[in-house]
Design a protein around this ligand. Sequence first.
Ligand SMILES: Cc1cc2nc3c(=O)[nH]c(=O)nc-3n(C[C@H](O)[C@H](O)[C@H](O)COP(=O)(O)O)c2cc1C
Length: 189
Amino acid sequence: MDLNRFEAAAWAALSEAAADPQSGFRYLTLCTVDAALQPQARTVVLRQCADDRRTLTFHTDVRSPKWQEMAANPQVTVLGYCHQRRLQLRLTGQAECYAAGTDIARAAWYGLPQHTRQTYTGGPPGEARAIADGLPEAAAAEAGECRFGVVIVRASVLDAYQLQRNDNQRALFHYSFDGGLQEREWLNP
Ligand SMILES: Cc1cc2nc3c(=O)[nH]c(=O)nc-3n(C[C@H](O)[C@H](O)[C@H](O)COP(=O)(O)O)c2cc1C
């Protein structure tokens, strides 16, 4: 395996996952740092991957702690492991947050099915659940738009680790702001 092919395969796997709910990298772990400098991690669905720009897109509720954390500190890590490929990808980068009212959030919202829009109509994520909430379904789904946000993570480093019996492979790739590959090297696994 050469470095170019290793890197291309990693981004191809992410691109595939953005289009395929069954793919191993469909559910990724998005890690932030909170105000107390505590690392925070949670599962998110990979919605888009622009492999030329090295960006990953996620959707979330702007009332959630992760949104506040990224607003205060955009440094994030995204981690995934694809069991089928035996491949771990760890990306570090910067999160860009697009709230309701931005073109990016509006376009993404209109692309969502009704049942997904519905998930933004409940109470603030992480707060104690109110016993009686619930509007009529049609009204409730549209009410979610103001809570819907898009997170675009711009990768600056990719650490790729291929499990391969007694010959594990690991490499590091550095990217410029616009996604250009700047440095690459094999690492001891
Ligand atoms: C399989 C799975 C997929 C999830 N996908 C998302 C997602 O795409 N966006 C999101 O905001 N939360 C998603 N969640 C919920 C988050 O993992 C998390 O619990 C929630 O967003 C609150 O995170 P926070 O308190 O760190 O902000 C998902 C949970 C699971 C179990």
